[in-house]
Design a binder for this molecule. Structure first.
Ligand code: SIN
Length: 289
């Protein structure tokens, strides 16, 4: 029997009693979906190490697979194998700061499933933060200031950070992903809850305010998102799988280890049905009822 045990105040639950290497029935899929919406990130403990085929079958229960923009030549385009040997090399990677995945896309992924395959002796945890809690934790005046505002998201920021800190070149054609605007305060399409929708990796600036004002506010928000009371943290065992809702949770790979760490990841493609919406859309819908 599937059991769901919350692990922290704001988000996160351990899930036991399922073998994710085997096909799931519709009740099990519905129960996982419900738990994900309630807890923002699920930690499936003690799973067999999944083949890419098993991992794809599992992910496809929840939607289409995302074709990752960060492809490695000769690899399945939906698969992201994250392999690091030394955390010092990953401190400036896209994973090492709190972020939502790929919000430079018009429809960012709905979620992702990440499994630990090889772990260092110690360290290499992943932290998650609830964007519902981050929104609720803002002052009423700040919530009112941000509501209705949009922010620009772009790959450009990652490109310049990588170049200036590590000399690494981003292997993606930026022209494929022109900057795009998303609402700063958004409504989750499935829970109807308000969430904070900016992230350090991809949000470049707030729309319609002077750049200095935008920089100051975003700096404040990125620090706010990192508050420990909004977080849950997984200390990995080989085989553990984290399944996060990319709308309501941000994540960050802790770059504190030495040794090899290999994680296998597949994501669920974004779509209009999965996308967060600006709050005025909900208000219009409520007014029309
Ligand atoms: C990611 O950002 O998807 C990677 C998280 C991790 O490696 O812990």
């Amino acid at each position: 029997m599937m059991t769901v045990s919350p692990v922290a105040g704001a988000l996160g639950a351990d899930v036991r009693g399922l073998d994710l290497s085997r096909p799931l029935n519709s009740e099990q899929v519905a129960a996982i979906r419900r738990a994900l919406l309630n807890h923002c990130v699920l930690f499936f403990r003690e799973q067999p190490v999944l083949s890419v085929e098993q991992h794809s079958r599992l992910t496809r229960y929840f939607g289409e697979l995302e074709v990752t923009p960060f492809q490695r030549e000769g690899h399945d385009p939906t698969l992201l194998m994250i392999e690091q040997y030394d955390a010092r090399l990953s401190r400036n990677s896209q994973g090492a700061n709190f972020h939502s995945d790929n919000t430079f896309r018009p429809y960012p992924p709905m979620g992702a499933l990440l499994q630990a395959h090889v772990l260092p002796e110690r360290g290499g945890d992943t932290c998650f933060a609830s964007m519902y809690a981050a929104f609720d934790g803002l002052s009423a005046r700040m919530r009112a200031y941000l509501d209705g505002m949009e922010a620009w998201h772009s790959l450009e920021q990652m490109k310049s950070r990588l170049a200036s800190t590590t000399g690494t070149k981003l292997s993606i054609d930026l022209d494929l992903w022109p900057p795009i605007k998303h609402p700063v305060v958004a409504i989750h399409p499935e829970t109807g809850r308000k969430l904070l929708n900016v992230n350090y990796n991809w949000t470049t600036h707030l729309d319609g305010v002077p750049r200095a004002e935008s920089d100051t506010i975003l700096h404040y928000l990125f620090e706010h998102i990192r508050r420990p009371e909004f977080q849950a943290r997984i200390r990995w065992n080989v085989g553990d799988i984290a399944f996060w809702d990319n709308r309501s949770a941000q994540h960050c790979a802790v770059a504190d280890y030495e040794g090899r760490r290999v994680m296998q990841r597949l994501a669920i493609a974004g779509s209009p049905a999965f996308a967060v919406m600006p709050t005025e859309m909900l208000e219009t819908a409520i007014a029309a009822q």
